[in-house]
Design a protein around this ligand. Structure first.
Ligand SMILES: O=C(O)[C@H](O)[C@@H](O)[C@H](O)[C@H](O)COP(=O)(O)O
Length: 260
């Protein structure tokens, strides 16, 4: 496991714009190298801020949107079209503005979908979809994602893996149902740490004063059960993208010079 890299930007807006530019380049390079790219999206303000910045980027259509596989790190287990669902918010921010191949957009099941209101069955269904997309060159029953993005919660949660709850302790399954989540809604579907760790690169997004303590805890040696963000790392890269406010409590040795 490589040590996490940190990039600190002046403020939330610059972090979103710079992260969007970084993602465009990563996708373009993956498509040039392998003919397609695979990205895992995250919900929340930072995740959606990045998608909105990408939608507004002049370089946006350097991406061949028809050769991009999109997955989700987690989903609020609500009916299709609910404004609180991560996929609904991603569609508004970006997906409805670009020409994606619908068969390559892998939304997590809704609570009124084929699995009904059973989040655990929905999780098993998504795990099966991931396994079906995995190839012999992949590491386990998930495709090798080029980039897996995770917003970081103020309690250091990532995806819907909350401190001390059962989902963060999962070591076998790739997707689980989450019940009693402290962040509403209480019922969710989430990738687990083993699935997250199959990604080539994991990018953790943390902007705002309310993330400063979480960044400090997760980057100062806390265990993954108490601080799930500390357990989120990629096979070849783990990158924390912060703004100065979220980085303000980091030990000086960890805190690289902020960008201009
Ligand atoms: O379903 C969700 O709520 C998200 O996937 C969640 O993991 C989010 O990324 C963090 O809670 C950070 O959210 P903010 O960026 O809004 O603080």
């Amino acid at each position: 496991m490589s040590a996490p890299q940190l990039v600190v930007h002046r403020d939330k807006e610059l972090m979103a714009q710079a992260a969007a530019a970084r993602l465009i380049t990563k996708i373009v390079d993956a498509q040039a190298a392998r003919g397609s790219a695979s990205v895992v999206l995250t919900g929340g303000r930072n995740g959606n801020g990045l998608l909105a910045a990408l939608a507004a980027s002049p370089a946006r259509d350097a991406i061949d949107w028809s050769r991009l596989d999109l997955w989700w790190g987690d989903e609020r287990f609500l009916p299709e079209g609910d404004p609180e669902r991560n996929v609904t918010q991603a569609r508004e921010a970006l997906l409805d503005k670009v020409e994606l191949d619908p068969s390559r957009v892998h939304a997590m099941p809704a609570s009124d979908g084929p699995y009904g209101d059973d989040a655990d069955s929905a999780a098993a269904g998504y795990a099966a979809e991931l396994a079906a997309a995995a190839g012999p060159e992949d590491h386990g029953p998930v495709p090798t994602f080029d980039v897996l993005m995770l917003g970081v919660g103020p309690d250091t949660h990532v995806a819907s893996l909350f401190p001390e709850l059962p989902a963060v302790r999962e070591t076998e399954r790739t997707v689980v149902g989450v019940h009693g989540a402290p962040k509403p809604p209480p019922t969710r579907v989430s990738l687990t740490l083993p699935a997250i760790r199959a990604a080539r690169e994991v990018w953790l997004l943390a902007a705002g004063e309310d993330k400063a303590e979480a960044a400090e805890i997760a980057l100062s040696g806390a265990g993954e059960i108490q601080a799930p963000a500390a357990g989120a790392y990629g096979r070849s890269r783990t990158l924390w993208l912060l703004d100065a406010a979220a980085a303000s409590k980091l030990p000086r040795a960890l805190y690289p010079p902020a960008s201009a």
